[in-house]
Ligand binder design. Structure first.
Ligand code: ADP
Ligand code: MG
Length: 251
């Protein structure tokens, strides 16, 4: 099934309720992907995995194993040396900039290389994501308010990114990714800088998104996250899926 780039699936908003539009069975497919950087190091060596629509997958692996690189490949921010990456049935390689922008707008992204805009406040940064999916001004105000509240950020709504702690900035990035209630969520280390209490709240929000039907691909070091999300674990090691992950699936 192919996904018409001209009209990517976007969440339809109205009266505080959201209808998810997800016309594809396999959300993300990564087939025999190789990736190296100029440093000569092979990061991914024939990496293959897929995420079904509505499935949650947690990508684990040691630091430097390529988790962040993989997420950036999936959104076309990096280019694979070889292999195939399909998002919603559409091949990412070879897409032009507007097409990639449309694909990214249809997803909730908290990935490396997408910092908060420094000239905008917390609330404005989050609202911008809603504007990209053409929410009405009324929906926009309501959703920004509800989302910041859920993340415990209501007191920081008028702060600028340079005045946020690392953990706060991380939560704003995740709030920005989830505010549109996207059908597909990609998050890189969503709990990495958070204390225990805050982590609990963020895990609950991620779980809600998944229960609502969102497809989730989350890179993390946090061993609790997979079980809390009810996610399938994929371990990335030595550039491939570590077969040990299958034992983990049973447990
Ligand atoms: P992880 O997220 O699992 O910690 P990364 O994907 O960030 O791993 O990095 C994987 C490897 O690729 C690391 O050795 C890192 O130094 C290297 N790497 C990542 N991005 C770049 C880049 N833009 N240029 C050169 N090397 C990179
Ligand atoms: Mg990383």
């Amino acid at each position: 099934m192919s996904w018409d780039i001209a009209s990517p699936p976007i969440p339809a908003m109205g009266r505080g309720r959201v209808i998810l539009v997800t016309p594809f069975p396999v959300a993300i497919q990564v087939l025999d992907v190789w990736k190296s950087f100029q440093t000569g190091l092979d990061v991914l060596k024939g990496f293959t995995f897929s995420v079904a629509r509505g499935e949650a997958v947690v990508l684990e692996g040691p630091t430097g194993s390529g988790k962040s690189t993989l997420l950036r490949l999936v959104i076309g921010a990096e280019r694979a040396d070889s292999g195939t990456i399909l998002v919603g049935g559409t091949e990412i390689t070879g897409r032009n900039t507007p097409q990639l922008a449309a694909i990214r707008r249809s997803m909730g992204l908290m990935v490396q290389g997408m910092p908060l805009l420094p000239a905008l406040t917390v609330a404005e940064n989050v609202a911008l994501a809603l504007r990209a999916v053409r929410a009405s001004p009324r929906d926009e105000r309501l959703r920004v308010y509800e989302t910041l509240k859920a993340f415990g950020l209501e007191g920081r709504r008028d702060a600028y990114p340079s005045h946020l702690s690392g953990g706060e900035a991380q939560r704003v990035c995740l709030a920005r990714a989830l505010v549109t209630r996207p059908a597909v969520v990609l998050a890189d280390g969503p709990t990495a800088l958070l204390d225990r209490a805050t982590t609990e709240g963020v895990m609950a929000i991620l779980r809600d998104a998944h229960v609502r039907g969102a497809t989730m691909l989350v890179a993390t070091h946090d061993a609790d996250l997979a079980s809390r999300l009810g996610a399938r674990r994929v371990v990335l090691r030595g550039g491939r899926v570590d077969d040990g992950s299958r034992a983990g699936d049973r447990g």
